[in-house]
Design a protein around this ligand. Structure first.
Ligand code: GTP
Ligand code: MG
Length: 477
């Protein structure tokens, strides 16, 4: 993208509201002129310089610092201007409207980063990492986003692409000399190189998978009948009392969400209305919302009232043979077909709450069988804080999360899908070579694998994909 072909964009780059400092960012060919119009002069490149910001009638709006980054040494690769004033909404909007008056237009969300990408300052993985760093839900997520921004993930993808290019050269050469194709393939070690790339792809997929868990976190839903202690459990796990707890069944009506952080794994916990049939339209809506949250959850804790179900709890606990009573499960899977129920149970752990009221008040976990499927069963007391560590371990373990070391990077679902697709083509190519299939077919699979990897870094990207990625940014980034 050439600078003279583009217009000049502007935005308030700091969050809305009042703050000590607010920053207006301008990028594009008119940045220098706008600087002269608003501040009266153009400062030396990259030197913070004190200036007065003036309106077109020359009245001073504010005073602050001005920074000028001439192209190409700027975030976007274009001329960039930063006007740092006092962080009041009125002041910032006045300065912003001056930059508009002198030729800039308001930037779309993510447009500064989009320009950085289009001007080759960052690849698509790094551009996404800018947004992920801003949105990071934990310190580990932020650190990992920074590593992606610094190019760690891109370098790994590019390594694979380079090796793949070398293999493709050999395969294409063998096609051109078709009488000796098998010889060329064997001599050039294509098979062993492909096996090595497949190993690297799988390792990268596992790393990216951890990165994606770290980015999106886990959505945990607390579900169960009314009054079993879901809201109490929510408060106990989060260490606060944001959810209302009373001994009246049907206390919680709406969904209540809280953020939690387990060894860097960001978790959104949702407390829900107790599941029961009700005549009350408000409660009916609560149950509908609860059901929707359950269906969308990554993990579900199905909470049971240990005191109310005492005799069943004793039987289940006493016998290793005894399975989970169907009535407990019915609360969750009411109205669902067999397949859907099993899918839901695959994401569910059972939590027997209020064990402080039982004769055996020891927190424990064991595994039970329900219709041939294993279900984890935890005995806890939300009120006394018993057994909560077991639940925390369950969340981490079942999400497949391991606390990141210093080399972790952040990834998105889009990257996982592309890595998997590229891997499938590479496996097909590998099989083609070992079965001596036509090399044209192998070459095509290798080409497709490389193309898909190019989508991750943005080398090959459609306008739709770019639009989708950059529109999720905040304005000014
Ligand atoms: N003894 C004891 N009481 C508990 C425990 N957990 C919850 N309770 C009590 O059980 C009652 C219901 O607790 P809530 O947390 O409001 O239950 P809920 O499942 O959110 O109820 P709804 O919102 O009505 O569906 C309250 O009186 C709590 O104090 C526990 O571990 N031990
Ligand atoms: Mg509740």
């Amino acid at each position: 993208m050439l600078q003279q072909d583009t217009d000049t964009i502007c935005a308030i780059a700091t969050p809305p509201g009042r703050g000590g400092i607010g920053i207006i960012r301008v990028s594009g060919p008119r940045a220098a002129d706008i600087c002269k119009c608003v501040t009266g002069s153009l400062p030396a490149a990259r030197i913070a310089t004190r200036a007065e910001f003036r309106a077109s009638d020359l009245n001073v709006i504010d005073e602050g610092l001005v920074l000028y980054f001439p192209a190409p040494n700027s975030f976007t690769g274009e001329d960039v201007l930063e006007l740092q004033g006092h962080g009041g909404p009125h002041v910032l909007h006045s300065i912003l409207s001056q930059t508009q008056k002198f030729g800039a237009r308001l930037a779309r969300p993510g447009e500064f980063t989009e320009r950085a990408f289009l001007n080759g300052k960052v690849d698509l993985l790094q551009a996404e990492a800018v947004a992920d760093l801003i949105d990071a839900g934990s310190q580990q997520a932020a650190r990992s986003a920074l590593r992606t921004l610094q190019g760690v993930f891109s370098a790994k993808v590019n390594d694979i692409v380079q090796s793949l290019t070398r293999i493709r050269v050999n395969v294409e050469a063998a096609i051109d000399f078709s009488d000796e194709d098998i010889d060329i393939i064997e001599r050039s070690g294509v098979g062993s190189e492909l096996a090595r790339i497949l190993g690297a792809m799988q390792a990268l997929f596992r790393e990216a998978e951890q990165g994606a868990i770290l980015k999106d976190g886990i959505h945990l839903v607390l579900a169960g009948a009314p009054n079993v202690g879901k809201s109490s459990l929510m408060n106990a796990l989060c260490g606060n009392d944001s959810a209302i707890v009373t001994d009246t069944p049907g206390t919680t009506r709406d969904l209540l969400r809280e953020q939690l952080n387990l060894d860097g794994l960001p978790i959104t916990i949702t407390d829900t209305a107790g599941l029961r049939l009700s005549e009350d339209p408000v409660e009916q809506e609560g149950v509908r919302r609860a059901t929707r949250a359950i269906n969308e959850a990554d993990r579900i804790f199905l909470v049971i009232d240990g005191e109310r179900e005492q005799s069943l709890v004793n039987t289940v606990s006493a016998s290793s043979q005894e399975g989970i009573p169907a009535a407990w499960i019915d609360t969750l899977v009411e109205g669902l077909g067999d397949q859907e129920s099993l899918a839901l149970l695959g994401r569910t752990s059972m939590v027997i709450n209020k064990i402080d009221l039982l004769t055996d008040s020891e927190p424990r976990q064991n595994t039970k069988i329900y219709k041939g499927n294993e279900l984890k069963l935890f005995r806890v007391s939300a009120k006394q804080g018993l057994g909560l560590e077991l639940l925390r371990e369950d969340i981490k373990q079942r999400s497949g999360y391991s606390a990141p070391d210093g080399s972790a990077f952040l990834a998105r679902k889009r990257h996982l899908v592309a890595l998997q697709e590229a891997n499938d083509y590479l496996e097909k190519a590998n099989q083609g070579i070992s079965e001596h299939l036509h090399l044209e077919l192998v070459a095509e699979d290798l080409r497709l694998a490389q193309r898909i990897l190019g989508r991750i870094t943005g080398e090959v990207s459609s306008d739709d994909l770019l639009g989708e990625i950059f529109s999720s940014f905040c304005i000014g980034k």
